[in-house]
Design a protein around this ligand. Structure first.
Ligand SMILES: Nc1nc2c(c(=O)[nH]1)N[C@H]1C(S)=C(S)[C@@H](COP(=O)(O)OP(=O)(O)OC[C@H]3O[C@@H](n4cnc5c(=O)[nH]c(N)nc54)[C@H](O)[C@@H]3O)O[C@H]1N2
Ligand SMILES: Nc1nc2c(c(=O)[nH]1)N[C@H]1C(S)=C(S)[C@@H](COP(=O)(O)OP(=O)(O)OC[C@H]3O[C@@H](n4cnc5c(=O)[nH]c(N)nc54)[C@H](O)[C@@H]3O)O[C@H]1N2
Ligand SMILES: [Mo]
Length: 759
């Protein structure tokens, strides 16, 4: 059976609203999954792919970075993982005829949803300077165009190499090697907009910028705090782990401005009982004001310090630094101020404290609700303070758990996709390849946009992702990209970044996770690292969308030969032939990957070392785990304004829109909605169903507008609002970023509502 043709555009955005659900998954999720998959892939391909997701001989789910675990069911898939697979494995195709029929001006008027629904890109295409549309181009010519522009630059630092988080370890390693041989550390990635704040906070406090727990730890925990995360939609398989932990007696606190369905109740589709009854997950819901988490954790830390016997003194004495400083700062924490910052009541904070004190083994999980604020790094450090006080790190059932987004975003960073690489990494790279890597730092995402805007960067190449839609300040970012000499996108599917281009533009179609990858050296596999530092192989098994697609490692290897030419002693051709030879080099450059090829051959892969987790060793500057005592901050919202968070619906993967519903929040058929507490909305003069423009107010006096939203009365925390990304990225000022990590503060945008002009 063939796939169904995509729906037409313009997409009708007419949301219907029925209020939040109280449980996640269950039968509707299974039905929904199968329907979407069949529409994209047909029946046979649906069965073939869904049976291979996250199996030991299968491919890594491109959905999220949650680990697989030992007890894989035959159908170890979740609704949103299946949607990610269907989106990639679709039989719909974007061919040269498509580009002939749709000039750039036409494509620029289409929604991101429509672009994505057109299918897999089948051939490289090129838009010459001044051309009105993309035309087919040979791979040789495409690489020659890139080489021509790159070698014409005055400095290698005028080039930017962006990476999204689906790129395999092998491709990522080659890409950073190419950038550094070429002479730049301009390697921004989606992580700069995502968990950079976690990496910054964890590196400083525990010495390793990654989470310290395994799935087994979650199963053994007494208490799991889930703060600023919506796993029911974004990490559905995490719900099984929470369910298992609960069954073993764990308690769960969720800290969130929104009551999220998955955290309330989980109906496990893998068990009959789960389907019928479901498990209530959250024991205590702290409905916090946006940005109030640092204040909350600071007060909790004060209360822990003041409770006789609550601090793990042995751990603190032996393994930490800076306790006195934290204790002094915590003393100043104040109930009234904390209640104002958090919007919580005293009784619930006391209840949280009691649960923390009753727990021997505590884990804190978090995601974008903590990382995308001005004071995000300070907030995450405060979370670490709590765990250090309780000695809850480096022992079973306890630790930090930043839950990553893209399926290999953590691995890409391990491979050296980083604008501020450690000198030791560069030393090892230089030794192995006999090159001299630049030592000065490169651009992160925000700085790359500023450089493009200011004419200081001229070539932009993206290994996946959707840079213009995912980045903040859409109008500024689009204008910045349009100033580039050349934009290049290595992509599977069409998106907005392909139609907002530099003077010259290339789209290079590539294999995805589900595709079979055969090179001169035979069938290849790639490797990925999940959110818990486990490395394993991923093998696609589907026929690619066409004979002209190249794999990501092949694209980088051929590009490197075109750009670096004879000057490069790196065996790029060999790397393309046989990815095992790339892994041999990774094994020699990156600690933890010794005997990579041998260890990856074992079913299930292997775990990377993590000093705090494995040996309670903290490789920080002080040689100990560091307490920190940043001043407490929380957003100050002027009268008549709301604090807007920009978040994901249930039917999207970042900028990829699967559909127009957000089932768990009771929203159907549209995405231009703004969720506001009924009393706040009424006070501002908006009834449920009214139409409003969101007007962003930034400290420099500039205003940004996102027009035409349906106001939805919704039980969010008071003073707060929520609307979907990327439609609201126009509202996030480019220089509204987190201190230290420079992550766009896309969860704290001050807005006012204005009556929309009649349509
Ligand atoms: N299906 C699906 N899966 C995905 C993705 C997807 O788009 N779709 N994206 C992937 C990626 S790249 C990532 S990074 C993750 C993102 O995973 P999440 O971080 O879960 O994604 P968001 O939708 O941004 O949700 C943020 C959550 O934090 C809450 N929150 C907002 N502000 C605050 C605050 O100030 N304090 C607290 N305590 N909570 C707050 C919001 O109410 C919401 O529940 O998911 C990954 N998985
Ligand atoms: N306002 C606001 N902005 C945000 C966020 C937010 O919460 N609010 N979240 C931020 C976060 S957490 C993230 S991670 C970023 C996401 O930023 P990105 O990672 O840049 O964006 P995605 O939408 O995930 O990219 C989707 C595109 O990737 C391509 N693609 C998919 N699979 C593959 C593959 O296997 N190979 C290649 N080469 N290409 C592939 C497809 O062409 C697809 O259109 O957005 C950030 N932006
Ligand atoms: Mo992310």
């Amino acid at each position: 059976m063939a796939s169904k043709p995509p729906a037409g555009d313009p997409v009708q955005d007419a949301p219907e609203v029925s209020g939040p659900r109280h449980s996640a998954a269950g039968l509707p999720a299974v039905g929904h999954t199968l329907r979407m998959s069949r529409q994209q892939m047909g029946l046979a391909r649906t069965a073939r792919t869904l049976l291979k997701v996250n199996q030991k001989d299968g491919f890594d789910c491109p959905g999220c970075a949650w680990p697989e675990g030992e007890d894989r069911h035959v159908a170890e898939f979740c609704e949103n993982g299946a949607k990610a697979v269907a989106e990639e494995a679709t039989l719909r195709q974007v061919t040269p005829e498509f580009f002939a029929a749709h000039p750039l001006a036409d494509l620029a008027g289409r929604s991101g949803y429509w672009l994505g629904q057109q299918g897999r890109i089948t051939e490289p295409v090129y838009a010459a300077e001044g051309a009105d549309r993309y035309e087919p181009v040979s791979w040789e010519r495409a690489f020659a165009i890139i080489a021509e522009e790159l070698t014409a630059l005055r400095s290698p630092d005028e080039a930017v190499f962006y990476t999204s988080g689906r790129t395999s370890n092998e491709a990522a390693f080659l890409l950073q090697l190419l950038a550094r041989e070429f002479g730049t550390n301009n390697l921004p990635d989606c992580s700069n907009m995502c968990h950079e704040s976690s990496g910054s906070a964890l590196t400083e406090t525990i010495g390793v910028g990654k989470g310290s727990v395994s799935l087994e730890d979650l199963h053994q925990a007494d208490l799991i705090i889930v703060a600023g995360q919506n796993p029911g939609t974004n990490h559905p398989r995490m719900l099984s782990a929470l369910e298992k932990a609960k069954a073993a007696g764990a308690r769960i606190i969720s800290v969130n401005p929104l009551p999220e369905a998955g955290l309330e109740k989980f109906k496990n589709p893998q068990t009959a009982r789960g389907m019928l009854q479901g498990t209530s997950l959250t024991d205590l819901f702290l409905q916090i004001r946006i940005g109030g988490d640092q204040a909350l954790f600071r007060l909790l830390n004060k209360l822990v310090i003041e409770t006789e016997g609550a601090v793990d003194e042995e751990f603190v004495a032996e393994h930490t630094h800076g306790y006195e400083e934290l204790a002094a700062a915590a003393k100043a924490a104040d109930w009234d101020e904390t209640l104002a910052a958090t919007g919580l009541d005293r009784a619930s904070i006391e209840q949280a404290l009691a649960m923390i004190l009753a727990s021997e083994r505590t884990i804190v999980c978090w995601a974008m609700g903590l990382t995308q604020h001005k004071h995000a790094v300070a907030t995450i450090r405060e979370v670490v303070n709590l765990l250090l006080l309780r000695g809850a790190i480096g022992r079973p059932g306890a630790g930090v758990c930043p839950v990553r987004g893209h399926s290999n975003v953590q691995g890409d960073r391990t491979m050296g996709i980083f604008e501020r690489p450690a000198p030791a990494f560069l030393d090892a790279l230089d030794r192995e390849f006999k090159i001299t890597s630049p030592r000065h730092h490169g651009y992160d995402t925000v700085r790359a946009i500023q450089a493009l805007r200011d004419g200081e960067a001229k070539v932009f190449l993206a290994m996946g992702g959707n840079f213009v839609a995912a980045s903040p300040d859409t109008e500024v970012t689009e204008a910045a990209i349009r100033r580039a000499r050349l934009t290049v996108h290595v992509s599977t599917k069409l998106n907005r970044s392909h139609v907002v281009t530099g003077a010259r533009a290339l789209i290079l179609p590539t294999l995805g996770r589900t595709d079979k990858d055969v090179q001169a050296g035979g069938k290849q596999f790639v490797t990925v690292e999940d959110s818990m530092g486990l490395v394993h192989a991923s093998r696609g098994n589907l026929r690619p969308a066409g004979p002209k697609l190249l794999s990501e490692p092949a694209i980088v290897a051929r590009l490197a030969r075109a750009v670096l030419g004879e000057a490069s002693a790196t065996p790029w051709e060999e790397f393309e032939r046989d990815y095992g030879t790339i892994r041999d080099r990774i094994a020699r450059v990156i600690p933890g990957f010794e005997d990579f090829n041998e260890r990856i051959a074992r079913p299930g892969g292997f775990a990377l070392p993590h000093a705090p987790r494995d040996e309670r060793r903290f490789p920080t500057r002080t040689g100990k785990a560091n307490f920190t005592a940043a001043p407490v901050e929380y957003p100050q919202v002027p009268e008549g304004r709301l604090l807007l968070q920009t978040l994901r619906s249930h039917d999207q993967y970042n900028t990829t829109i699967y559909g127009l519903d957000d089932r768990y929040r009771g929203i159907k058929g549209g995405r231009r909605v703004v969720l506001v507490h009924p009393e706040d909305a009424r006070a501002l003069g908006f009834a449920d169903g009214d139409r409003a423009d969101l007007v962003g107010e930034w400290t420099d006096g500039t205003e940004r507008r996102a027009p035409g939203f349906r106001v939805v009365h919704y039980p969010t925390a008071r003073g707060c609002a929520a609307a979907y990304y990327p439609e609201t990225n126009v509202l996030v000022p480019l220089d509204s970023t987190a201190d230290v990590s420079n992550t766009p503060a896309s969860k704290s945008v001050i807005v006012r509502l204005e009556q929309s002009a009649p349509a």
